[in-house]
Design a protein around this ligand. Sequence first.
Ligand code: AMP
Length: 144
Amino acid sequence: MLVHQILKAKSDDKVVTIKPGTSVAEAAELLSTRRIGAVIVSNDGKVPAGILSERDIVRELGRRGAGCMSELVDGMMTSNLVGCTREDTADVVLAKMTEGRFRHMPVMEGEEMVGLISIGDVVKARLSELSMEKEALEGMIMGH
Ligand code: AMP
């Protein structure tokens, strides 16, 4: 299973982004209304400057209290982004996510982001692939 197949299976493939200079409170509101766990920070919606996840917000809330909500996303986001390409396999993506301990990954084409996949998207795609493989093997064993 390849990343472009995972992207195709997603009902909404538009990546939610916010601009640098946005407050953490606005980002949290966006995560809440869009029911997502992370947002890509980007000036033009294409070239990512970083990612801000619910974990970043919770970590800083725990460390420093509610005051951090009025700060800018720029200081709280992770700028050292790990991405993948459309041609990467689901297994490679899962390995990178497990190793890096994160659940989101931008899909890149050169400098530009062409999608975003979450660990949930990858696991869902792998499970459906495994179930199809199981059915095919059962069919072969039963002889139909
Ligand atoms: P997550 O598990 O995706 O909610 O994120 C956990 C931590 O990893 C947070 O500090 C995120 O900012 C960071 N993070 C999330 N996705 C990525 C990524 N693709 N590359 C680098 N860091 C990431």
